[in-house]
Design a protein around this ligand. Structure first.
Ligand SMILES: Nc1ncnc2c1ncn2[C@@H]1O[C@H](COP(=O)(O)OP(=O)(O)OP(=O)(O)O)[C@@H](O)[C@H]1O
Length: 912
């Protein structure tokens, strides 16, 4: 049950915060006055609003002008209200909503809580019979996920449904949070499974809000040291209830009091006490009414119908996260993801506002052009320019879904658009102002939300049931198969009535319960009339009969006495007429009796019909009762099923999480299998490579050993050759020295000088040279002994000179012979040395080639070694992964064994 809706636009105000030097904001981009903002760089670009708050304005001022009377006071009256702050990051939304203790600036939330409790207390004073309760819920939308900030630990909050629990009482261990979901009912949008805390005072309320909202996600960005990373929605639910009768009696009392006040001057103290203490109870009021003419039944009925009135209103206070640009906030990683979600939901909010704004504009145009009846203009915000229903994408984001009632729905809404004046953020401020311009075109339709209590509801249901029954009876009558029979009786009755009174029975042409009742009454009246007529006729007949008898008696007397013939004829004529009249009356009587009998029969039949109808009605009423019972049962069942559904959903959530975990585990295991397969493959490769490596190594070792042997042999040969060469060189030197000495000896001898042997101990190898030297020496010794002075005269002539000349010639001949022998030997030696050198060179070249091959082989070996090392590393990594995947050592080994068994026959990579 609700009041008629009040159409209202969204209240929009702009707040410009001061420039912040720490953000390097240089100068303002806007010229600000009380109702407009004009861009200094483009004076054509101006925005006009009801109120613009410049940098020097306080939050209290904004609250007083735009929130207190338009929103908070109305919430206290039973309407829904919403306040939200919109703007780019760092523009002052949280400052406006939550306030800043260091700046001694209370936020809108704190001010609203204060006034709401104050208004409720005042109303309570005015209406002592009223009972008011306030509940708080604190939610945040973080990365498009709803989070209940009242769930979880501590805070000293008490859950809804336990209003008397002290705030300081220890909390019962909180159960695991149930999944939150946004749902709608006839009172608006709510969050299923969200907790709400009952608060008894302003301080308690503010305490819950501020302690809980502090746990919302915030982080530092380049634009704001404490940037809100989520939208925070604070809901105050106000429930006011009272019994209507108490209110009425209170009003009566008030009136009485007023009257008594007027009479106070003449009343005594005692009277005053009576009057003052008489807050008339419902029973007293009922008795009073009984006295004034109402029956006791009516009074009783009224007492049982004591009517509870309940009004529910909601105050939403929303601090949105700010739109942001990655380049400016410097967000990366998680911050960037958060920023993406924030921007996405704000875009949906903008879309919703745009659509609602165009809807309202369209309606206004329609209304202005007379295309739509005025009554409809405010009533259908969801109809587009063509009068159809436009789609508003509330469900595209959690934020707009949750704020659905506040945007174009049953709520008074105020939007505070926060901007920074800085020229560096002119673009962002411009788009905020555009949002604000559109938001103020949106029309809401607020109404007081009255909730019927159970008793009222039962009565309403009973009335509805009665109506339904009536409808059912009417429909049954209307469609009833016996209608034709009724018509027939109607016709009979009509003809009888027409015969009797000239019409009126045609009323039965349209059968209904009322008609049937009419028929019955009319028939009864007709029967009564007929009976009366019958009686009258009988009476008349009796009178006539008496008259006749009297006349006959008179006639007898007259006949005995002489009379005139004319008198006698007149008497006979009168008798005859009386007889005719009697006959006619008797006929009439018979006819009437037949009609009465027919009417009676039709009446009986109608009675039967009515009884039948009643029977059917009864059975239908029973059926309806049974149906109602079954509906209730079905309702209960639905509630139970819903509960079960919720718990199942919860369970499904848990199972899903478990499934995901198992899937992750399976995946890991699967990966482990893959790793195992990879490991097996690597192991096979490893084995192959090891085999190839061992073969290569063996071959290399063999080759190396062989080469070493060959090298050794070659080195030995080389050494021996070198020895030979050295020997040959020594020999040559020796020979040369011998030759030289021989030649010098020969020169000494030929020149007659005494022969001196410089080195007699020198080893003489050449036997001929030694012999020649000995001969020459002995000759010289002999010559010196025999002619010690001839040496000088030998050259002056004589026979002695000839002999010596001959000897010299012999010696010279022999020396030449020896020289030739020496030259021949030298030549021979050179040839041998050349040949040996050539062989050595060949050997050295081959040795070099072998060395090169050996080095190449070693390089291969190193490469294989590296590969082996790499495989070993990969194997160990894979093994670690396998272990991480949860494979036991045993399963790993068995897998390795399997791999070994299934290992392909070795295909050596290298063939000798
Ligand atoms: N009107 C104002 N007067 C003085 N300081 C202000 C005003 N508005 C905002 N500030 C300061 O600016 C800074 C940023 O404000 P706030 O945190 O409220 O921005 P926000 O719009 O909520 O940002 P976000 O969207 O990132 O959460 C704060 O240090 C705040 O104290």
């Amino acid at each position: 049950m609700t009041s008629s809706p009040t159409a209202s636009s969204i209240e929009v105000a702009i707040r410009v915060r001061p420039l912040r030097a720490e953000l390097h904001e240089s100068r303002p981009a806007w010229q600000i006055d009380a109702t407009s903002l004009t861009e200094l760089a483009q004076p054509d670009n101006a925005f006009t609003f009801d109120r613009v708050y410049d940098t020097g304005s306080s939050t209290a001022e904004i609250y007083k002008n735009n929130v207190r009377d338009t929103i908070v006071a109305r919430v206290a009256q039973g309407y829904n209200g919403t306040i939200f702050a919109y703007g780019q990051t760092g523009s002052g939304k949280s400052f406006t909503m939550f306030g800043d203790t260091s700046a001694r600036s209370p936020g809108l939330i704190r001010l609203a809580v204060h006034d709401l409790f104050k208004a409720l207390a005042m109303e309570q004073q005015r209406k002592p019979y009223m009972h008011a309760e306030v509940f708080v819920s604190v939610l945040e939308i973080y990365n498009e996920q709803l989070r209940d900030l009242l769930q979880g630990d501590g805070g000293g909050v008490r859950a809804s449904g336990s209003p008397n629990m002290a705030a300081a009482s220890p909390l019962v261990a909180s159960p695991p949070p149930l999944p939150l979901s946004i749902r709608e009912n006839e009172h608006g949008v709510y969050v299923h499974n969200a907790r709400r805390v009952q608060v008894a005072s302003e301080e308690e309320c503010a305490n819950v809000i501020y302690t809980r909202a502090a746990s919302r996600v915030s982080a530092a960005t380049m634009m704001n040291e404490h940037s809100s990373r989520s939208h925070c929605v604070i809901r105050l639910l106000v429930e006011r209830s009272y019994y209507l009768e108490d209110a009425v009696s209170d009003a009566d009392n008030a009136e009485e009091e007023e009257e008594e006040d007027d009479e106070t001057t003449t009343q005594t103290d005692g009277d005053d006490e009576d009057g003052g203490g008489s807050r008339a109870s419902l029973s007293q009021a009922a008795q009073g009414e009984g006295k004034h003419g109402l029956s006791a039944d009516a009074a009783k009925k009224r007492e049982s119908a004591k009517n509870k009135k309940k009004f529910i209103s909601t105050l939403n206070m929303v601090d949105l996260a700010g739109s942001e640009r990655v380049a400016k906030t410097g967000a990366t990683g998680l911050r960037m993801i958060e920023g993406g979600h924030i921007n996405k939901s704000l875009t949906t909010l903008t879309t919703v506002i745009n659509r609602l704004a165009s809807e309202s504009t369209g309606q206004q145009q329609h209304t202005a052009s007379g295309a739509m009846p005025p009554g409809r203009a405010g009533a259908s915000s969801n109809s587009n320019n063509n009068g159809g229903t436009a789609f508003i994408p509330y469900r595209d984001s959690r934020l707009t879904h949750l704020l659905k009632t506040s945007l174009g729905g049953n709520s008074f809404t105020a939007v505070l658009c926060c901007i920074t004046p800085a020229v560096e953020s002119a673009n962002e401020s411009r788009s905020t102002l555009q949002f604000a311009s559109r938001a103020k075109r949106v029309k809401n339709k607020a109404h007081v939300n009255e909730v019927a209590n159970a008793q009222t509801r039962v009565r309403e249901l009973e009335a509805a049931l009665r109506n339904t029954k009536k409808l059912l009876v009417a429909q049954t009558l209307y469609l009833w198969s016996k209608q034709l029979r009724i018509r027939r009786y109607e016709e009979q009755l009509a003809s009888a009535a027409v015969a009797d009174s000239g019409g009126g029975i045609g009323l039965f042409a349209q059968p209904s319960a009322a008609h049937l009742m009419n028929q019955q009454q009319q028939q009864q009246m007709i029967i009564a009339q007929l009976n009366a007529q019958n009686d009258a006729l009988r009476e008349e007949a009796g009178t006539l009969r008496v008259q006749l008898e009297k006349a006959m008696a008179d006639g007898g007397q007259k006949g005995s006495m002489p009379s005139s013939a004319s008198e006698s004829a007149a008497a006979v004529a009168e008798l005859a007429s009386l007889r005719r009249s009697l006959q006619y009356t008797q006929d009439m009587l018979k006819e009437r009796e037949t009609a009465v009998q027919a009417a009676q029969a039709s009446l009986d039949e109608l009675d039967g019909l009515c009884r039948e109808l009643e029977g059917e009605n009864k059975s239908q009423a029973e059926q309806i009762k049974a149906l109602t019972r079954r509906t209730n049962e079905a309702d209960e069942l639905i509630t139970a099923v819903e509960e079960e559904h919720n718990s199942l959903q919860h369970e499904i959530g848990l199972l899903r999480a478990q499934l995901q975990q198992s899937q992750a585990r399976l995946l890991e295991k699967h990966r482990g299998d893959d790793y195992l397969a990879e490991l097996t493959k690597l192991h096979v490769e490893h084995q192959n490579l090891l085999y190839s490596y061992s073969q290569l190594k063996e071959k290399a070792d063999r080759d190396k050993a062989e080469l070493m042997q060959r090298l050794h042999r070659l080195t030995e040969k080389n050494n021996s050759l070198e020895d030979d060469v050295d020997e040959a060189k020594d020999e040559t030197q020796l020979r040369n020295s011998f030759l030289w000495r021989l030649l010098s000896a020969a020169a000494q001898v030929t020149q007659g000088k005494p022969l001196t042997i410089k080195d007699p101990s020198a080893a003489v190898r050449d036997a001929q040279v030694a012999e020649a030297v000995r001969a020459l020496t002995s000759f010289a010794v002999l010559s010196a002994r025999t002619n010690p002075h001839n040496t000088a005269s030998a050259s002056s002539g004589g026979s002695g000179g000839d002999v010596s000349n001959e000897n010299v010639w012999q010696l010279q001949g022999r020396i030449r012979g020896l020289e030739e022998q020496l030259i021949a030997k030298d030549a021979q030696r050179d040839v041998i040395i050349d040949a040996k050198l050539k062989r050595i060179q060949g050997l050295v070249l081959r040795l070099h080639a072998v060395n090169v091959a050996l080095v190449e082989e070693m390089r291969h070996c190193f490469h294989d070694n590296e590969q082996l090392f790499d495989i070993a590393m990969r194997s160990s990594k894979t093994q670690k992964k396998v272990e991480k995947a949860g494979l036991t050592q045993r399963s790993f080994e068995s897998a390795l064994d399997r791999a070994r068994f299934t290992q392909p026959p070795h295909k050596p990579l290298y063939h000798n």
